[in-house]
Design a protein around this ligand. Structure first.
Ligand SMILES: O=c1ccn([C@@H]2O[C@H](COP(=O)(O)O)[C@@H](O)[C@H]2O)c(=O)[nH]1
Length: 247
């Protein structure tokens, strides 16, 4: 079968070129691989070092017994593809014109989804560019377009809300986000209060169960983490109100 036929950007002459280069063929085959189960993806992420255990310093001085580091997936293209496929599955039911990844960890994931589904993407700069275009959002968009936000992890919901604030202040309509991990610390309900419905591939509780059953995380560690989640809950974003443009 011609696996490159009719595949989004690879058509006609490009498709012929791809057929002659075995490495590219392997890449395209990978694109069409059947999706990994959540269990397999969780174990692959763990083995790739995306789940760190210990007494870890997280954002703004918070400490956590578990830290999910999705930045490692750029070194593991198959894992990146699988994460993007699972995000895409969540995104299928959501009406959207554009994708926007929260910088930086979600940018490559949003880019893979964009290419795979032929959905235009925009990028939020961390700082407004001070020369030439002076833009805070890169890419082409129009007011009132529906933008789906892509994020790696939600704890308090603050990072995601910061991006949503910028998108809304530029006239985009933002009502949904697809994320890799909801840490079950209240962020998803905080976002809901601010008009954002979050769909996640994993919840932290679910991820722990999978990794515990796969023999990757001990029972005692699971208990410590579950206790931490219970004690460290967020019910609003008051602690970062000054940084949010629109809530
Ligand atoms: O395990 C984690 C926890 C957090 N992050 C990063 O922080 C933000 C999410 O935290 P909020 O409190 O919801 O803003 C997210 O953008 C991650 O980059 C993480 O990577 N891993």
């Amino acid at each position: 079968a011609d696996i490159t036929a009719g595949f989004g950007p690879f058509r006609d002459s490009e498709s012929r070129l791809l057929r002659t280069r075995s490495s590219r063929i392997n890449y395209i085959s990978t694109y069409f691989q059947s999706m990994w189960s959540l269990e397999e993806l969780a174990v692959r992420l763990f083995d790739a070092g995306a789940v760190r255990l210990g007494d870890i310093e997280a954002k703004i001085g918070r400490r956590t017994p578990i830290y999910f580091d999705l930045r490692v997936v750029v070194s593991h293209p198959q894992i990146m593809l699988s994460v993007a496929q699972h995000l895409q599955k969540l995104a299928r039911e959501i009406d959207h014109d554009l994708l926007c990844g929260v910088p930086y960890a979600a940018l490559p994931l949003a880019a893979v989804m964009s290419v795979h589904t032929n959905t235009p993407m925009i990028m939020k700069r961390k700082e407004t560019k001070m020369y030439a275009t002076k833009r805070i959002l890169e890419g082409i968009f129009e007011k009132n377009q529906k933008c789906l936000v892509v994020e790696d992890v939600v704890t308090s919901g603050g990072s995601l809300m910061e991006t949503v604030g910028t998108l809304r202040s530029e006239g985009l309509v933002v009502t949904h986000a697809v994320i890799v991990l909801d840490r079950d610390q209240g962020g998803a309900s905080v976002l809901k209060q601010n008009g954002i419905h979050v769909k996640s591939i994993f919840t932290l509780t679910g991820l722990l169960k999978i990794l515990n059953e796969a023999g990757k995380i001990k029972d005692e560690t699971v208990e410590i983490i579950l206790e931490h989640i219970k004690e460290c809950q967020f019910s609003n974003l008051d602690f970062m109100k000054d940084n949010l443009e629109i809530m």
